[in-house]
Design a protein around this ligand. Structure first.
Ligand code: SF4
Length: 505
């Protein structure tokens, strides 16, 4: 969701931010959740439903939240920095009547996240307007900005650029009509604008868009980020993940296809294919299964929790070890640990407790402070760990600094051996499709051999899940995933300047 025109932004996750989450930069960071709802007027409060939907998507972004609500005449946008529960209270939600809403939770990829980058983005167009929420990351922002005559310094984000481009095309469409014509009297103009703009976008984008009367969902031709459609008795819902449908009582209908646009209006749901057929090539981010998505989410017909448990089972077969206890690193390492324990016959137990209420805390970059920061987030269960040979299962290692600190905590608590098992292959390449990862020199597996990683983390053994085993664990076919951060095979082109920065040694 960030603007990739700015070379500094490409590496912004590495900027020292003293008020940072202790794990930031050391886990792949998701960048946004989107939600949209349209109901028959006066049948339910769409603002409260959007609040619930965003709450269910909070894990996809914790730095800002917002929603746009239409009462059929005008659109009101409320957004602010902070968690969904910080931004909205009942009084605010009560003041947002309407029958259409979109919402957004944002993970800022900048050290200094700002209100201006919170979403939904809004553009006034004549007597109405459009609002847009984006999960993903465009890869051709510079070229688009140049085409629209916008200088890099004036560009706020790629999401803002999409909204701007749409507004330009809507105005162009209305301008070709008689004076005084509006989007309200010519609703087809928005669809025409989308048909012009969407094929011009490159990269990852799952979008929710609304005008005063319609809810629209769009998924890029690769479908990097998820997007699903749900049905209510009195309307429809579009969301990044299925738990956001569940929480508002919607029935899962289907995933929005890669390269599809769904339009929800009084004519119900209509499906459009605005992208050239040749560009449609499904590449769902494989890390949605490993780490990003909620365990109760359904992706490609699979429950994510089950796929993670299978990852642990495959790991137990490919990387067995003699040990007394299998434990997972909370939260996303736990299902794979359960699977490892079941397949290996080694008892499963909890060794770490996570403080769920920790926010952004002060840390400094020295290793001792990193241990303190991890200590604030994770604490050990000494009785379970002391004197035990541990198999510790985690989902991934990015920089390795928090993993190293966690291993130190386990040793201090009396673990006699620590065998690290990772339920994904080595993370070696930066992501350009909406996930915030460090540049290549800071990715532990990109710069160290397996033996060097073992020595750096001070573990007794380490093993990663193989790519084929990962795909088998997901069980939804071998193709159709992006695995570029594991293989270096990027499904769509990355601008040379951005790639050079992110790969630089
Ligand atoms: S590069 Fe990795 S994190 Fe990024 S979309 Fe592809 S699989 Fe997901």
């Amino acid at each position: 969701m960030r603007a990739d025109q700015d070379a500094d932004l490409a590496n912004e996750s590495q900027m020292a931010d003293p008020y940072d989450d202790p794990f930031k930069g050391d886990v792949p960071e998701e960048a946004c959740g989107v939600f949209g709802i349209r109901v028959t007027p006066l049948t339910r409060s769409v603002s409260h439903a959007t609040y619930d939907g965003l709450y269910a998507l909070q894990h996809r972004g914790q730095e800002s939240a917002g929603m746009a609500v239409s009462d059929g005449t005008s659109i009101t946008v409320v957004k602010n920095m902070g968690l969904v529960s910080n931004v909205f209270d009942d009084r605010t939600l009560q003041s947002l009547p309407g029958n259409i809403a979109i919402g957004h939770t944002r993970y800022s990829t900048t050290g200094s996240s700002t209100w201006g980058n919170a979403q939904p983005v809004f553009r006034a167009v004549g007597d109405t307007g459009i609002a847009l929420g984006h999960n993903g990351n465009l890869t051709n922002t510079v070229a688009l900005a140049a085409k629209l005559g916008i200088s890099a310094t004036d560009l706020r984000s790629d999401s803002d650029l999409v909204a701007h481009y749409l507004a330009v095309e809507i105005k162009r469409g209305l301008g070709s009509m008689q004076q005084g014509e509006s989007l309200k009297s010519h609703p087809e103009v928005l669809l025409d604008a989308l048909n012009t703009v969407l094929p011009e976008l490159k990269g990852a984008f799952s979008l929710v868009i609304m005008d005063h009367d319609r809810l629209i969902g769009v998924r890029d031709p690769n479908g990097f980020r998820p997007l699903c459609l749900g049905k209510l008795d009195n309307g429809y819902v579009i969301a990044s993940e299925t738990p956001a449908l569940d929480v508002v009582g919607a029935t899962f209908v289907r995933e929005v296809d890669p390269g599809e646009m769904v339009v929800v209006d009084e004519l119900e749901v209509r499906s459009f294919r605005p992208f050239p057929a040749a560009s449609v090539n499904p590449k769902l981010c494989i890390f949605e299964f490993v780490y990003f998505a909620r365990p109760d989410a359904q992706l490609l017909g699979q429950e994510v929790y089950t796929t993670r448990r299978h990852m642990g089972e495959y790991l137990a077969k490919s990387a067995p070890v003699e040990a007394d206890l299998v434990m997972g690193v909370p939260d996303s390492g736990v299902p794979a640990a359960v699977g490892y324990a079941a397949a290996s016959g080694i008892p499963y137990g909890q060794g770490l407790v996570k403080n769920r209420y920790i926010g952004r805390t002060f840390i400094s970059p020295d290793p001792a402070s990193r241990v303190d920061a991890v200590r604030r987030k994770l604490n050990v269960l000494r009785d379970n760990i002391s004197g035990q040979r541990l198999v510790v299962v985690d989902d991934s290692i990015v920089r390795g600094t928090t993993t190293k600190a966690m291993v130190k905590l386990l040793r201090e608590a009396g673990a006699t051996e620590v065998h690290l098992r990772i339920s994904s292959p080595p993370y070696k390449w930066p992501c350009f499709y909406g996930i915030d990862t460090p540049s290549r020199p800071d990715l532990l597996a990109a710069v160290k051999s397996l033996d060097e990683i073992k020595a750096f983390l001070e573990v007794d053994s380490i093993a990663y899940l193989g790519l084929e085993d990962l795909k088998s664990a997901i069980g939804a076919g071998n193709d159709g995933y992006c695995d570029a951060c594991l293989t270096g095979c990027y499904p769509i082109e990355i601008p040379v300047t951005i790639e050079a920065r992110a790969m630089a040694q």
